[in-house]
Design a protein around this ligand. Structure first.
Ligand code: NAP
Length: 343
């Protein structure tokens, strides 16, 4: 095992604003020693997620129970392979996923690991389509959005990991779907590949409120919000009676140290008898298996497309994460660290 080079990436400093390469430090480390009951894992696919930004600030563990510490490895949802095992339940070769350290090789107890079912879809989807992003899209649209056939649905961050799945579920359910994203390439992807009704490039649109009114003259029934800020305000001005505002993410606020300002929604919610509701995918844990099977079925029958923005190489993980905040990804941002070992 000494011949295999191990590496890790730790938090070097708490970022101010958007994280930079200086936020992270990468170094060579020893191979870990496997203890009874544990497995030795090789990282294969590392997911980077905007919500991790909050774990990088100083302070106590947040609601998700995670806070990265200076000098300690960053963790994120990762697909890995068992390459040695001292656990009866996890044989050598098993593909697993869990919240793992940004290390090429690491030992882990098996409590925090879940086996990946490769019969459902490609193994990388365990942290994408069939992981938290896909599940957030599914439960946000269906359980929180309570959308009905024929309704008008607007999704912000529409070309990203969660948004690109949310727009397609809304189309599968027979809705009119408008996607908001930040480049012409993203709008073309949404309209031509994913089949949404119309995209709006917010980077090129001066008056978003009017743009939404023009694309949704009948009004907005469900808003699936990944972004917040001014985009939220623009959609809020166009909601219908009994609209549902589904708050999945607020990426436009994640790098700010000021509380958000803007129109307060309460009056508009009263006027429209509308509802606003935040959620996390884990609220629906009891239904995860059902939702994964449904997402996999839509994917395997060609009703739902899934795209990964895949960078290659362990050293690319920080830049993949930083790129989320400048909109570099179409689809799920992911880093491939190593090939699966065939036994
Ligand atoms: P993503 O959409 O794949 O990537 C982030 C995208 O956000 C970027 O590509 C960029 O696209 C957009 N963006 C970045 N900064 C922005 C800004 N200041 N204003 C407007 N858009 C900006 O990420 P994701 O993994 O799918 O996550 C999307 C949202 O869902 C995040 O807010 C995340 O925290 C949240 N989330 C929530 C849950 C939950 O359980 N509630 C689970 C997973 C993720 P553009 O080019 O379009 O700007």
């Amino acid at each position: 095992m000494k011949t295999q080079q191990n590496m890790e990436i730790v938090l070097a400093e708490h970022p101010k604003g958007v994280p930079t390469e200086n936020t992270f430090k990468s170094s060579a480390i020893d191979m870990p020693i496997l203890k009874d009951g544990e497995v030795l894992l090789k990282s294969l696919y590392v997911s980077v997620d905007p919500g991790m930004r909050g774990f990088m600030d100083k302070g106590e563990d947040d609601a998700a129970g995670v806070k990265f510490k200076i000098g300690k490895p960053i963790t994120s949802r990762t697909v890995a392979q068992v390459i040695e095992s001292k656990s009866g339940n996890f044989k050598k070769g098993t593909i697993v996923h869990g919240r793992l350290a940004w290390q090429k090789y690491q030992t882990s107890s098996t409590d925090a690991l879940e086996k990946v079912d490769p019969s459902l879809a490609p193994i990388s989807t365990a942290v994408g389509l069939l992981g938290i992003p896909g599940l957030a899209a599914y439960f946000g649209i269906i359980n929180v959005g309570l959308l009905k056939k024929g309704e008008t649905v607007v999704v912000s961050g529409a070309a990203g990991a969660v948004g690109s799945i949310a727009v397609q579920i809304a189309k599968i359910k027979g809705c009119k779907v408008i996607g908001i994203a930040g480049s012409e390439a993203k709008i073309a992807y949404l309209e031509n590949e994913l089949g949404i009704d119309q995209g709006i490039n917010y980077q090129k649109t001066e008056d978003m409120e009017s743009a939404i009114k023009a694309t949704c003259p009948e009004g907005v029934d469900v808003f699936f919000d990944n972004v917040g800020g001014e985009l939220f305000d623009a959609v809020l001005a166009n909601i219908n009676r009994k609209a549902r505002l589904v708050i999945c993410g607020q990426i436009s606020e994640y790098n700010s140290d000021h509380p958000p300002t803007g129109p307060r929604p309460a009056h508009q919610l009263i006027k429209k008898s509308a509802r606003i509701e935040g959620f996390v995918a884990f609220d629906f844990m009891d239904e995860f298996d059902f939702a994964k099977k449904q997402l996999a079925e839509w994917y395997n029958t060609g009703q739902l497309k899934y795209k990964e923005n895949l960078l290659e190489g362990f050293e690319k993980i920080p830049s993949a994460f930083i790129g989320l905040f400048s909109g570099e990804n179409i689809g799920k941002q992911m880093v491939k660290v190593a090939d699966e070992m065939w036994l």
